[in-house]
Each structure stands twice: as C-alpha cells, then as structure tokens.
Write a protein that binds this ligand. Sequence first.
Ligand code: GAR
Length: 213
Amino acid sequence: MKNIVILISGRGSNMEAIVAAQAAERWPARIAAVVSSRPEADGLAFAQSHGIPTAVVDHREYPDREQFDTVLRQTIDGFAPDLVVLAGFMRVLTPAFVAHYAQRMVNVHPSLLPSFPGLKTHQRALEAGVKLHGATIHFVTADLDLGPIVLQGVVPVKAGDDPETLRQRVLAVEHQIYPRAVRWFVEDRLSVAGGLASLTPPEPQWWFATEQA
Ligand code: GAR
C-alpha cells in the first residue's frame, strides 16, 4: 500500500480526478493527505468531505523560499509519502526540496513539454500557431517543467479557440492522464534512466483526446 500526498494551490480538479480514480479502481494506495499552499484553496473542502487529512502551509507566512520549503517538507513527510503529486501547486520549489523527493514527485503541466514551460501556456500556444497542444505528466527535477516525461495528453487546437476554450480542453485531458500516471507509479511500473521515464510492461505513454473532449 503506497501513501500519496497531493499538493494543491487552488481548485484541485486534478486532485479530485486522482481521488475518484483511486476509489473506483482500488489501486493499492491511500491518499494520505492533501496539502495546500493557500488556506482559501477550494480543493481543501473536497478533500475534507472525502475524509482525507488536510494541511495548509501558507507561503505568505514565510520570509523566503527556503523556510517555506523546509516547513512544507516536514509537513509532507509527516504523512510518510511514497509519492508526492503536484496538482496545480503554483510554487517554484528549491533544489534541496526537489532532491529530497527525487523520482517520487510528479507534476502536471498544461503543455506538451518541452514546448511552453512556465505560465500562460495556452495563450502562448495560440500565439505560436501550434495545431496540437496538451498536457504533460513528468517527474519533477531541479529544471522547472523539464523532468522525465511519464505521459502526455494531446488535444487539437481549433479555429476560434481562445485561451479559455483551449484551457478547458486541456484540463479535461489532464483529468484523464494524471490518474493513469499515478496508478503506473503505484503499480511500480515506472522507471527513470538517462533522464527518460519508461513503463513496464510497455503501453502508450500518450493519450489523444476524443473529438468531444
Ligand atoms: C492545471 O491546469 C495544471 O496543469 C496547472 O494548474 C491547473 C490546476 O488545476 N499547473 C500548472 O500550471 C503548473 N505549472 P486544478 O487545481 O483544477 O487541478
């Protein structure tokens, strides 16, 4: 049985998707806690209503990133995590924090990495005129948004899209791919070598959204 700690900063819809998939598919895992960097994060209420322990480490209470990360790490480690899941966690983490969870921390990023790391990914994708966009689940390394890629979900960019319509289409794919990637970790199917993440036994590490998505 693996312990999963999910970190959020806001809405927490990816956290909800993971909680729902774990409950429906009965992976050998437990959502040990949901930790938020903001006390007003909407996702906290969902976690509490599902009997999941919650904690808040409010980044505004710490003078610098190092002190915030130290308390955050202590809080997470209090739940003995096998896997830390960043689900819309909008803080840049220190190298020491990232190293502490090496190969046991994953993130969702709303683009097909290595395209469009950072913020405003949907707007930048539209400005670049790409015809495919999507989301990436990756292991977290010290390079922001550039760790070994576990799974990518692809959506079309449609005529008339604006950042919001594209965001919604990508978010629906995030909800498909993130639970799947977490399940692979729980089932000990993921390995990392030479900066690449592979899956045993192999199956597609991509997901194409259906036209309705
Ligand atoms: C998601 O779209 C996720 O890809 C993005 O924040 C959103 C959180 O939504 N993450 C990042 O931009 C990280 N760089 P959620 O709170 O509803 O899961």
